[in-house]
Ligand binder design. Structure first.
Ligand SMILES: NC(=O)c1ccc[n+]([C@@H]2O[C@H](COP(=O)([O-])OP(=O)(O)OC[C@H]3O[C@@H](n4cnc5c(N)ncnc54)[C@H](OP(=O)(O)O)[C@@H]3O)[C@@H](O)[C@H]2O)c1
Length: 320
């Protein structure tokens, strides 16, 4: 099968396009004929050799966790899926080898859901990882609801693009950070207040508008003091969901009873199906996608590294 893979860690140039054997389908898995694969920052971070303490590799590694496509094989223990079902899924594992940047990918049956009927395969491939991350952060962890306030960092990115409509659906007032070029984009997603972080301090802007702080921060940034700032702009008793790291060591967290945690997405097919239904009914808007062919995976990783992409990057693989 045609696949993108790497045999050693390194920059985007280690990504090769070539032929690999079709992977086996485990008893509790389905083998997906892949239509499209979502590109996420974690794909390039793993390729670069980061996170080795958490995630094992078996080379050659096919990157990619997000997938959409059609079921080609069903594992012997799988009863609720059939060959030819159109699905989307999150093929995340703590030991990577057979990812989704390929014509076929094995995915745990518990981590897939029906493709929303109104979504193309390309759109569906952009849904799972960011949607599960945002929903698990905002609702499960953040307990966001009517009358609450939230700051969603990097509103124009993959996570932000789905988190903003979700937070609005939950009834919250949404503050978000975006460059001026993306202000209209995040407003159209539903953001109430857009902070142009390149021209103003978001910390000052939040504390000016919400002197006691916001109820929740979805902290998608990394470094430059952002970890600590997230705590300073959170209300007593509020919550900070860190997307990239453990919370900072600040007495303020316990003193002000703030719930601060590194939230890592969980592959949950049932929750993905519930979210898929919200997309299908138009209750949540489908994330904007930018599509590249499989052969341009290195270019996709370079674009992701630029941190200037809007919405989701998706690789188109098979025309199903
Ligand atoms: N824990 C988890 O399970 C999990 C899951 C998914 C993602 N993540 C992490 O969450 C972060 C966001 O992921 P993503 O997929 O949304 O990334 P992404 O799509 O690559 O984010 C790109 C966006 O970031 C914005 N941006 C860049 N620098 C910014 C800044 N200083 N302030 C505000 N916005 C900025 C850019 O908008 P502008 O051009 O407008 O600045 C761009 O639209 C990544 O670090 C990723 O690794 C974690």
């Amino acid at each position: 099968m045609r696949a993108v893979f790497y045999e050693t860690h390194g920059d985007a140039q280690v990504l090769q396009v070539g032929e690999l054997d079709k992977p086996a389908c485990g008893p509790e898995q389905v083998l997906v004929e892949v239509a499209a694969a979502g590109v996420n920052p974690i794909d390039r971070r793993l390729r670069a050799g980061e996170l080795t303490e958490y995630i094992q590799r078996t080379f050659p590694v096919v990157p990619g966790f997000d997938v959409s496509g059609r079921i080609a094989e069903v594992g012997t223990a799988v009863t609720d899926w059939q060959v030819d079902d159109e699905i989307m899924g999150l093929a995340f594992t703590w030991s990577i080898q057979h990812g989704t940047y390929a014509e076929f990918a094995p995915v745990d049956a518990a981590a897939i859901a029906p493709k929303p009927a109104n979504a193309s395969f390309v759109q569906a491939a952009g849904i799972p990882l960011v949607s599960l991350t945002a929903w698990q952060s905002l609702l499960e962890f953040g307990q966001l609801g009517p009358g609450k306030t939230v700051l969603i960092q990097a509103g124009a990115g993959g996570v932000g693009s789905v988190a903003i409509p979700m937070a609005k659906l939950l009834g919250a007032k949404v503050y978000t950070t975006a460059s001026a070029a993306n202000a209209d984009y995040v407003k159209a997603l539903g953001a109430d207040v857009v902070i142009d972080y390149q021209n103003a301090s978001y910390e000052a802007a939040i504390l000016n508008a919400e002197p006691e702080g916001v109820d929740m921060v979805l902290e998608a940034l990394l470094g430059d003091g952002t970890d600590e700032a997230a705590i300073r702009i959170t209300k007593t008793g509020g919550a900070v969901a860190y997307m990239n790291n453990e919370p900072p060591n600040m007495p303020d967290i316990a003193d002000r009873n703030i719930r601060a945690e590194f939230i890592h997405h969980r592959a949950d097919g049932d929750m993905l199906a519930e979210l898929g239904a919200l997309y299908e009914q138009g209750i949540l808007s489908l994330p904007q996608t930018e599509t590249l062919p499989l052969e341009s995976a290195a270019e996709a990783h370079l674009r992701s590294e630029s941190r200037r992409t809007r919405g989701k990057l998706v690789l188109s693989i098979n025309d199903l």
